[in-house]
Write a protein that binds this ligand. Structure first.
Ligand code: HEC
Length: 107
């Protein structure tokens, strides 16, 4: 009985562990946000968003999530490109969480 249960658990664990890479790629936690930010936004928002560059410093922003979402999706004509098609909602949310987590003092 115990052996059968253990075997069943091992089988389930095996299935879960082989399924994991796919499932994880779908979760916000698995998005490498600092990397995503660096490659997508870092050209203009320097220091990972901690310093002003071509675009403003984002750390410590008082903007709402709605404002930031809108800016990322629609950009700003002539200044910042729109990322609507390039980033999915999860990625946008993950980037906002990343911005909120930045320390303002450049550390
Ligand atoms: C080509 C340069 C460029 C890139 C790339 C860029 N931005 Fe911007 N961003 C700007 C500029 C310039 C502004 C200021 C626009 C304005 O005049 O309001 C801005 C403004 C913003 C704002 C609003 C700041 C505020 O408080 O007004 C946010 C949030 C933002 N960017 C996030 C991002 C994110 C996230 C990415 C990557 C997905 C990104 N930006 C990529 C240039 C860029």
């Amino acid at each position: 009985m115990w052996r059968q249960t253990a075997f069943a658990l091992a089988a389930v664990a095996a299935v879960i562990s082989t399924a994991r890479p796919l499932a994880a790629a779908d979760k916000p936690g698995s998005v490498d946000v600092p990397q995503l930010f660096a490659t997508t936004c870092g050209f203009c928002h320097e220091g990972g968003g901690r310093k002003p560059g071509k675009g403003p410093k984002l750390a410590g922003t008082a903007r709402s999530d709605a404002f930031i979402t809108d800016r990322i999706k629609n950009g700003k004509e002539g200044r910042m490109p729109a990322f609507e098609g390039a980033l999915n909602n999860r990625q946008v949310k993950a980037i906002i969480a990343y911005i909120r987590g930045l320390k303002e003092d450049g550390q």
